[in-house]
Design a binder for this molecule. Structure first.
Ligand SMILES: [Mg+2]
Length: 190
């Protein structure tokens, strides 16, 4: 089977990591409850930044957000390793900008994710993600963003949403912890 994964906030806890960095850089102490209550992807609201300032903050912190110690979600690495061991194909499809593609790939490998160079796609706008997912004829795809998931409609693809505070309105089967996937597949593949 072919499995496709978004990276940020699907496999790794990037926004929360960035939230911690914002607190440090802005010398604030905004509580993590404010993070968990966010109903949008952008995290700058609780720091009282405008959208413009928030964008600048994100872009100027990108190096630190991407390449320090952002934790994978619990059981993400182990689950993907197990899929690979069982002979499934694992694809990564990320919107991270082109200039960050190769370093991101290296970083993921260092965290223990099973990455093959020819199964890694970056610099993907939402609509490009959709195209590549179709082209690859994936069986399963996992993402946190409504904008991507809502456009994936072809019949043979099974779509899952990685639970986040801003996507609770989506009706797709939901991954709360990556061990959930084992359960889902146990029912489907056996
Ligand atoms: Mg994402």
């Amino acid at each position: 089977m072919k499995f496709g994964f978004d990276i940020d906030d699907t496999l790794i806890n990037l926004r929360e990591h960035a939230f911690t960095i914002y607190n440090k850089k802005l010398k604030k102490n905004v509580s993590i409850e404010d993070f968990h209550a966010l109903n949008r992807v952008e995290i700058h609201g609780p720091f009282e930044l405008t959208d413009e300032q928030g964008k600048d903050m994100w872009n100027s912190s990108l190096e630190e957000i991407y390449y320090t110690n952002c934790p994978p979600f619990p059981n993400a690495v182990e689950t993907l390793q197990e899929l690979e061991k069982k002979g499934h194909e694992i694809y990564y499809i990320t919107a991270r900008p082109k200039e960050h593609g190769e370093r991101t790939k290296k970083w993921l490998k260092e965290q223990g994710f099973p990455v093959r160079d020819d199964r890694f796609y970056y610099g993907m706008q939402d609509h490009e993600k959709v195209e590549i997912i179709k082209e690859l004829q994936l069986d399963y795809y996992f993402d946190d963003k409504a904008e991507v998931l809502d456009t994936l409609t072809h019949d043979s693809l099974k779509v899952f949403v990685r639970d986040q505070s801003y996507n609770r309105h989506l009706q797709y089967p939901r991954i709360l912890d990556w061990t959930d996937l084992k359960e889902i597949l146990k029912n489907e593949l056996e």
